[in-house]
Design a protein around this ligand. Sequence first.
Ligand code: NDP
Length: 696
Amino acid sequence: MPVKDSRHPPSAVPRDELEDVRRTQLIEVTIDSLAQVGFVGTTLAEIAGRAGVSPGLVAHYFEDKDGLLEAAFRSLARVVAVRMRERFALAGSPRARVQALIDANLGPENFDRRTGNAWLAFWGQVLHLDGLKRVQKAYQRRMLSNLRSDLRAMIAAEEARSLAAMIAAMIDGVWLRAALSEWQEADSESARALLTAFVDGRLRELSRSSAGSGAEGATPAAERRRDAEHSIRVINPATGAELALLAVDGPAQVNAAVERARAAQKEWRALTGAERGRVLQRAARLLRERNDVLAELETRNTGKPIQETRAVDVISGAECLEYFAGVAAALAGEHLDLGRAAFGYTRREPLGIVAGIGAWNYPLQIACWKSAPALACGNAMIFKPAELTPLTAIKLAEIYRESGLPEGIFQVVQGFAATGRLLTRHADIRKISLTGEVGTGKAVMADAAATLKQVTLELGGKSPLIVFEDAKLDNAVTGALLGNFYSAGEVCSNGTRVFVHKSIHAAFVERLRERTSRLRVGDPLDPRTQVGALISEEHMEKVLGFIARGRAQGARLVTGGARVTGGELSRGCFVAPTVFDHCHDDMDIVRREIFGPVMSVLEFSEEEEVIARANATEFGLAAGVFTNDLTRAHRVIAQLQAGTCWINHYNVTPIELPFGGVKMSGLGRENGRAALEHYTQLKSVYVAMGDIESPY
Ligand code: NDP
């Protein structure tokens, strides 16, 4: 590539390709020389000798040593600029552009000994050579103006100016320290991690101070269009309003969290179960005391009706903490009699540091369901909520702290899948408990395999709800409503395939239509609202897409089937509770998890037939049976491939009962004593009671 030299008027510079190649070669030789013999040793004669040309030829191209150095300096600066442009082109947001700038300036090539030493030689001369000074100033100006303009899209102008100066100073400072330590103090990766952590930390602080308590409306939404990669814009899906802005945690934060957890867990595991239980009890009490405030925050963040979050989300979390507080005191191993000469015992010990990764539909409940057993068993937990709903996990961490939980035992990291992967791949984290989609479960399990972590996977479902001809019709319809429209259908265990016996099919569908069409869709904060907003526009589009496919594939729309707009609701993601009838087993709406308010009704004739059809799915999370025939209920349940089943009810999940799936719906169980198996490991101890017989 031709290198422009400002010291020569264009007409004086030879332009043919060979000349350009020769100039480039001389510049490369100069960089080699600077790296090897330093500034003083890099003379025209030295360059000429290395290049195998006469000193006169070098002077012909670059006039003197200063000209040659300036051209070499420009060449290095241009490489960084090109890298930066390439990265900018890939960056989809202001935060990503800031990162692109950091990555380009602290990329591995700048820590390479040759390039690094050449840069160092230049820095040493900048003050003495006007040409270098000019290049340096232009370079610095460009860096600052890029940083300022991107930061201004995220924070106030004044803050952007000062943060830009800090970032620029840190980039140069970190690099210079690394160079002066002969590349011992930092490498490219750790330098970038340091800068990333610093930028994220500052953005988080600035957003906290501007967002206050995170209350809606505290930030001017228009000014705060955030990027999607390095910060999380938390949105109220019912109104589109921004609730908060959080910085994404990267390797530095995750590593720091693991270090804190490691230090704290030693003490925590040494407490008695009863002592740990008391902390959980206090936390449960605080959850209950703050039920309304937490429920409101959950409603704003998830779009779920306040009548649900007040009655279920926080309370279910508190119940879980209370249950495991009690269980903690009863944690025990076994004593095993091994005859007169020995006995054995097992110790039930914590795993160490464990991670929880949550889905967005029940954010606080999921955080409680994962942390309560983990903490009760003496582990430390690092929890990553879904990026769409990150707020109530932070509140749970505060509550744990207030309850006397030592610092570091429950920590929340924020981020997207990449942050989740930092947890799943971390060598010092011994277990991952994920609630999410099947695909995510597979990815998590594959990542966890590298360090042989244990995994609990609570994944998706497409569960059957079977209504026999002798069922109490209204109870069965209530079950179907609960199993499809609670939380706007965003419930993993929903019974979305409703199999109804042909003899009651017409009556069932009519009653269902009537009751579904009366459901009140509306502002989630209105206590009368029964169906709130879906989690995001993207998700709403997905759900509407399924509805369109249901129609196209020949299902009969009984009720609903469209987005709900009008007035305030136009700003949110509302979909009418939808019932399809005349569905077939091979339709998309019947086979795939929709995770929205869409129910499919299917007709059946025989018990055996319906069992086979109910099981004909890759999923196996839950199932329900409505019948008044006691023996049939148990006979059918015993044949259904599902982890959690209900007879004459649907979607109730008391903490005492283990919850989880079979087949592609998951591995392991949450809740009940079964959860203890997943947060502890057994140590077997053999105790000899006498002398040892020696065979030697
Ligand atoms: P996702 O699988 O998309 O995400 C779940 C969590 O995993 C999120 O925190 C997500 O981060 C994170 N994540 C995504 N990819 C990775 C990865 N490769 N490594 C580590 N972490 C990752 O699920 P949703 O949040 O969309 O939740 C809906 C799904 O959850 C549905 O399928 C539903 O059935 C299931 N679910 C299952 C339940 C059960 O108990 N069986 C209960 C509730 C929901 P990010 O947020 O950034 O994407």
